[in-house]
Design a protein around this ligand. Structure first.
Ligand SMILES: [Zn+2]
Length: 448
């Protein structure tokens, strides 16, 4: 049996050989299959990333799905966005991706869709409850293997005609991006330098998580050595993108969103955009200055995706490199598609990537500061600190507390997924940054 602790806010995830036994995963397959059959229907698309435990988990889960009477379309080993794409393309009733995403190589897990909607929060607890009660549907399921890479590559390639041939380094991180990207690049007007495109669940070169700067060191070096105009990296299942400019400077998730938003606003004035509370003030200020509507929202890709539909936003994104395009696309987070959009902008500008951020105000910020804090008290302390600041400064409380200071801001929020408090600060200089941080640390100490 699987333990409830792996049934998390946005996915089911654990250490494969400790938390995800084959009999347990088979039961999980029956539970997910029953849940989806009752909620949306029996036609389920299934895919997995290249982790070493993927085949075993696939076989066990499939057994359960078939016992629950699901009609499974098996896509094999592909990036997560191709699973999303397949659900849109084939109008499936749901999708399951077996992936450890950007987590260490011994992890694995399940991301789920009911129709085109993400399965998250209470839905995931409902699946756990189904598994506990064994209240399963029954039937004679079926499985068909289908190639999704060819239709995906054909469609994406047909959507882009780059204005000139840009040299770009791509770091696949030995995750799922490489093989699909290689086929896509053959059809695009681009000069690629391909690094670590072979899938290898041991991730022998560096960990496939582009939000951690040390994982971008090889890419930075390769961009400078080859004279490329930009470099792009992907997480293990290719739903997060990382980017560096021609000088090897990291272009973070909120900066990428700003670049994309500006291009969209040039075609669609007044468009709406959604960023999370951790994004730079620059993103919100620039969108507003350019006549767009900028909404600051909660952290968490399932939450952001839902909000995006409600607001009819053209683009949404997170610092972590999940970028969602509704503009000219389906609205799901696809790092391969985002890569094409960035190359398109660089090609059209006639200048390397750094040009896109030239002339903008400069802010400095801290990375995410993570403080270990018990799950039982983490939300309470954030509430008390919020009330404290509310009397003193303008506060945004959509997710934790984000305080606007005269020349920057500070954020304190409780992680949804870990016993951790997260802080982040931004200011115009180091002195202000230290001041804002100490204001938060004092408040936290006084209200613990
Ligand atoms: Zn991922």
């Amino acid at each position: 049996m699987l333990t409830q602790t792996i049934f998390r806010e946005y996915d089911i995830r654990g250490v494969a050989e400790r938390d995800l036994s084959s009999p347990g995963v088979e039961l999980l397959g029956q539970a997910i299959g029953s849940y989806l059959r009752r909620r949306t229907g029996p036609r389920i698309n299934l895919a997995r990333d290249c982790r070493l435990s993927g085949q075993r988990l696939h076989d066990a889960l499939l057994k359960g799905l078939l016992a629950a009477g699901c009609e499974v379309t098996d896509l094999g080993v592909v990036p997560t966005p191709l699973l999303y794409y397949s659900v849109y393309r084939f109008e499936a009733d749901g999708g399951i991706m077996i992936t450890g995403s950007h987590n260490p190589s011994d992890y694995n897990g399940f991301k789920m869709m009911a129709g085109k909607a993400a399965v998250y929060g209470q839905d995931i607890q409902d699946i756990y409850a189904l598994m506990q009660s064994r209240d399963f549907t029954a039937g004679h399921g079926s499985v068909t293997e289908t190639d999704i890479v060819t239709p995906y590559v054909d469609e994406i390639a047909s959507r882009f005609a780059f204005a000139r041939r840009v040299k770009v380094v791509f770091d696949g991180g030995n995750g799922t991006a490489g093989p699909t990207l290689h086929r896509l690049l053959e059809k695009l007007n681009v000069e690629p330098v391909e690094m670590y495109f072979e899938m290898d669940g041991n991730f022998p070169n560096h960990h496939p998580d582009p939000t951690v700067e040390e994982n971008l060191e090889h890419l930075k070096k390769a961009v400078q050595e080859t004279g490329a105009e930009l470099g792009l990296a992907f997480d293990g299942d290719s739903d997060r993108i990382g980017a560096v400019d021609e000088a090897g400077n990291v272009v973070w998730g909120d900066q990428l969103m700003l670049i994309f938003a500006r291009e969209i606003l040039s075609r669609k004035p007044g468009s709406t955009f959604i960023g999370e509370v951790k994004c730079s003030r620059l993103l919100y200020d620039e969108i507003t200055r350019l006549g767009g509507k900028a909404i600051m929202y909660k952290t968490g890709h399932s939450l952001i995706k839902t909000k995006m539909k409600q607001e009819h936003a053209e683009l949404a994104g997170e610092m972590s490199g999940h970028i969602f395009f509704a503009d000219r696309f389906y609205g799901f987070d696809d790092a391969l598609y985002a890569a094409c959009r960035l190359i398109e902008i660089v090609a059209a500008s006639g200048q390397p990537l750094s040009h896109q951020l030239a002339g903008l105000p400069r802010y400095i910020n801290t990375p995410e500061i993570r403080v270990d804090w018990a799950d039982e008290t983490k939300f309470g302390v954030v509430e008390r600190v919020k009330e404290h600041f509310r009397a003193l400064y303008p506060v945004n409380d959509v997710d934790g507390v984000r305080v606007s200071f005269p020349n920057g801001w500070g954020l304190l929020r409780a992680s949804n997924t870990q016993p951790v408090l997260v802080m982040r600060f931004e200011a115009e200089n180091e002195e202000q940054l230290a001041e804002y941080r100490s204001i938060f640390e004092s408040a936290l100490a006084a209200h613990r």
